[in-house]
Design a protein around this ligand. Sequence first.
Ligand code: COA
Length: 334
Amino acid sequence: MTARSKIIGTGSYLPKRILTNNELEKIVETSDEWITTRTGIKTRRIAGSGEETSEMAAEAANKALTMAGVTAQEIDMIIVGTITAEMVMPSCACLVQKEIGAENAFAFDISAACSGFLYALEIADRYIKNAPDMKILVIGAETLSARVDWQDRNTCILFGDGAGACVVTGSNDEDGLLSSQLYSDGRLWQLLSLDPAPRCYCPVVDYETIPDRKSSYDGSTFNMAGRDVFKYAVRGMGDAVEILLNKEGITVDDIDLMIPHQANIRILKSLAERVNLPFEKVYTTIQKYGNSSAASLPIALDEANREGRLQKDDLLLFSVFGGGFTWGVALWRW
Ligand code: COA
């Protein structure tokens, strides 16, 4: 049997600063009620000093390594899914390598917006199939607060910062990654974009209040056709789930837990309804952390894992959707 990719450790890092909807009411014309009913978000985390994208990624990686019982020197490869690396060059992954002391690894970033973690995991899986002994750090890390226009109420209420990581290696057991499928549709890029490209070095700044953050805003803008994104996200992930379940010859009743990208509680409810999955089986962190793009799935995975929500042999469904458009699904036997 070809080796399967197995997650042997998870970790996450959330910035200390909690930004509430009530605080946002003082920055843009919005209300806790509007944000809560339209998105499900109550608070989000905002990175500050010592919480650059690579620093949060390294913290998450160290926690995943500890859980896996693997040293940084044993890591062969580091992949970071991110659209908010501190610099264009070097990659966030190389900074993580330096930070954790994984000198035997090679390291690179991939850009697939909110789908970045699942794309990275899929790449890791291809390596594991050829070299099952490899130990790979797969990370999703973002500092969207440094790119968001804090005067644009359409977008600034949605996003948050953080990082999640996992250690992946090969296994000959029945558990691990059973199946996955990635998709992109570049024709629809204008419905969700961050342009012009953020300036190369966009550090987080020391601050106590968000209005101060306006001074660090780098001029890039989130362009988002919210309703279209909503529609394509539900349809894209919904169809992908159905295709995957059919391919694997299982039904939605076999799924123990779905761990999706955390974009909006209403997207997650519509997705669950579309594929006939009871919403109790959808793991959510959106209320606490908002949409942290590529970091949201691995943060949710780590929280579910540490809460004891994942039992051996559980069938897990990952689903993601983001700018590009990019999207995908994966089925895991835990
Ligand atoms: N507070 C108060 N009002 C706001 C607001 C805010 N933060 N943001 C927008 N509004 C207003 C709009 O200006 C609009 O006012 P108008 O009717 O006077 O023009 C009204 O609320 C309705 O806006 P609309 O965009 O139609 O709302 P919506 O129900 O589609 O909800 C989103 C907006 C963004 C929450 C929703 O479209 C969504 O979640 N889309 C997906 C976004 C996403 O997940 N992106 C990332 C994908 S990875």
